[in-house]
Design a protein around this ligand. Structure first.
Ligand code: PMP
Length: 374
């Protein structure tokens, strides 16, 4: 029996996408073998690869000015590959820090910049407190950043998976004071709504939340920005290699890309990103309303205008009650609601594959739990 899976990532995948994989596993498209066993240069796999790219272009409306790339190494590799490619000696890049992941991106940027003979700087940091106790409860406002007019790029993270902090971004220009190219980590809120991704110069996202299994990383990057990347790097570390070879320079993670294809086909079949966004907003509103109705029992640390639609973070009056709720949920077939070990508390991830009735079931459990213990 399948559980209601609120994991933060790897996360629940749409059932139809998994069923399709199950049905095609041993004999893909009548070829007598699984898609995993096909050559990445053969026409059968190529059809899947091409379809995945075209579906991504169609759903997001990605124009010809931008590449859609499949890469590996997760978002973590992008933390290094971005500065390696786009920071020349003596240059500097700006980072907006709004939680654990953008902080990690900055730290890796620092290491890489040192290696390159360049530098990175924090353009805004919304954290409060020091060291391990530093907490993040809000996104940065558009006027809040101190932009370096000469920055090689400006990096930010649209959704902080651990802290539950999300930008309500205006993609046309989220930070008016910066003129730098925009590089965005969208790992945990990629594809949750209609968005003009071409407003950004480079978007990256590990697939394992809204898009598919781990093992493949989506990159959408402007051709002009890719062309600006350093040309003296090993080929495998240059974005232009992936771009010119349609992400087939070396053997790509074919099965992961196949599953991304299945997930994208599912998104299209349910009505595309407008419908996905409507559902996501409804799910998040249902859960936040439930929490807000019992403020003496549930506490959401995140500022209202920065509350994540994807990762809902909250606390109960005691850690013992939190552990009790996790156990109660598990006994009711709901898993994945424990907060990240670095921050504690509870975190419910409401990615695209989570159906409304799963959230309704969780809300019923939360209400009963609050009534019993509140
Ligand atoms: N950025 C964000 C926002 C994330 O949520 C994660 C993973 N949870 C990462 C980066 C790191 O991704 P990966 O494990 O794919 O390297």
């Amino acid at each position: 029996m399948r559980v209601l899976n609120f994991n933060p990532g790897p996360a629940a995948l749409p059932l139809p996408a998994l069923e399709r994989a199950r049905d095609e596993l041993l004999d893909f498209a009548g070829t007598g073998m699984s898609v995993m066993e096909h050559s990445h240069r053969g026409k059968d796999y190529d059809a899947v690869h091409t379809e995945a790219i075209l579906l991504m272009r169609e759903l997001y409306g990605v124009p010809d000015s931008h590449e859609v790339l499949f890469m590996t190494g997760g978002a973590s590799q992008q933390f290094a590959q971005v500065p390696l490619s786009f920071l020349k000696p003596g240059e500097s890049a700006d980072y907006v820090v709004t939680g654990a992941w953008s902080q990690k991106a900055f730290q890796e940027g620092e290491r890489t910049a040192r290696f390159v003979g360049a530098s990175v700087r924090v353009a805004a940091d919304t954290g409060v407190g020091e060291g391990k106790a530093r907490s993040y409860t809000r996104a940065a406002g558009p006027g809040e950043i101190e932009a370096d007019p000469n920055a090689a790029y400006l990096h930010f993270t649209t959704n902080e998976t651990i802290h539950g902090v999300q930008f309500g971004i205006d993609p046309r220009r989220p930070f008016p004071s910066s003129k730098a190219p925009l590089v965005v980590d969208m790992s945990s809120d990629f594809l949750w709504r209609k968005l003009d991704v071409s407003a950004f110069d480079l978007v990256y996202a590990g697939a394992q939340k809204n898009l598919g299994p781990s093992g493949v990383t989506l990159v959408i990057a402007s051709k002009a920005f890719v062309a600006r990347g350093r040309e003296d790097l090993p080929k495998i570390l240059q974005y232009r290699t992936n771009a010119s070879e349609r992400s087939l320079y070396n053997t790509p993670p074919t099965f992961a890309i196949y599953l991304v294809r299945n997930v994208l086909a599912w998104v299209k079949s349910v009505g595309g990103l407008e419908e996905i966004e409507r559902l996501n907003r409804e799910k998040a509103a249902l859960l936040y309303d439930c929490l807000d109705r019992s403020p003496e029992f549930f506490r959401c640390p995140v500022a209202k205008d920065s509350r994540s639609v994807m990762n809902v973070v909250f606390r109960l009056p005691t850690e013992a009650l939190e552990a009790d709720l996790v156990a109660r949920a598990k006994a009711s077939g709901m898993v994945g609601i424990k907060g990240h070990r670095s921050v504690g508390g509870l975190r419910v991830s409401l990615y695209n594959a989570i159906p409304l009735d799963a959230v309704e079931a969780l809300v019923a459990l939360l209400q009963a739990f609050a009534k019993q213990h509140g």
